[in-house]
Design a protein around this ligand. Structure first.
Ligand code: GTP
Ligand code: MG
Length: 213
């Protein structure tokens, strides 16, 4: 996004944070609308729940240090994609792709990057669908495109990711081999469960349809 000129860095920081907060609101509203419309047409919620957060200044500073970049507002805006983050939790894997597609199709949304860790899971077993998008935010005298990271996953994938995150921090990224192996096994079970639940849900849909006839 192009930064307007500001008087000092503190004002600049506040303005940028307002932009990220506004971007979260915009995307949250888009998702609520899609979910409500879906509920109306199909009698169920593709979205189980949504969480969103603004990255803490400490985490931003840590990431900038890690990437070896000078900590300036301009660099944060340019190089950090997940200052504004939204996590969408779905019931079924099919809902993930449906939601991702509906977001991507909106004309004011620009998709900057996609990482499909469902089709291509990470070696540790992590699965989720990631998108970096940008949405326009209208201020009194300018329009700015603001980046938002969207993570879309099933309830089971989220359960796994939470435990993996906890373990990662507990062992500072060096979990014992046995624990890593068991986590990978859990990931395989998650994938099996998601597949089985989806199949079962598809089967039930057919029954409902027959009932209507
Ligand atoms: P960062 O990880 O944010 O620096 O960016 P990246 O370019 O590596 O992006 P990626 O899309 O791979 O990951 C973005 C986010 O997804 C991370 O910040 C985490 O929140 C989540 N994530 C990625 N990999 C894992 C993982 O192995 N375990 C868990 N629990 N979360 C992960
Ligand atoms: Mg991140």
């Amino acid at each position: 996004m192009d930064l307007p000129m500001f008087y000092n860095e503190e004002d600049e920081w506040r303005k940028v944070m307002l932009m990220y907060d506004s971007a979260l609101k915009e995307v949250n509203t888009k998702l609520e609308i899609l979910n409500e419309e879906f509920k109306l047409n199909h009698q169920y919620n593709p979205i189980e729940h949504i969480t969103s957060r603004i990255k803490s200044p400490q985490s931003i500073a840590k990431k900038m240090r890690h990437n070896g970049r000078e900590l300036t507002v301009e660099n944060i805006v340019k190089y950090i994609n997940d200052v504004a983050g939204i996590r969408i939790i779905c019931s079924f894997t099919s809902d993930i792709y449906r939601i991702a597609d509906l977001i991507a199709k909106q004309s004011d949304v620009q998709v900057l990057k996609v990482k499909d860790y469902i089709m291509f899971p990470k070696p540790n077993g992590y699965t989720s669908y990631h998108m970096i998008i940008s949405v326009p935010i209208y201020l009194s005298s300018t329009m700015v495109n603001v980046k938002v990271e969207i993570q879309i996953r099933t309830i089971a994938m989220d359960f796994w990711a939470s435990l993996e995150h906890k373990i990662y921090y507990k062992f500072e990224g060096n979990a014992p081999e046995r624990i890593r192996k068991e986590l990978k096994e859990c990931a395989d079970i998650v994938s099996y469960l998601d597949h089985k639940m989806l199949t079962l849900n598809e089967e039930i849909k057919i029954y409902n349809h027959e009932d209507e006839i």
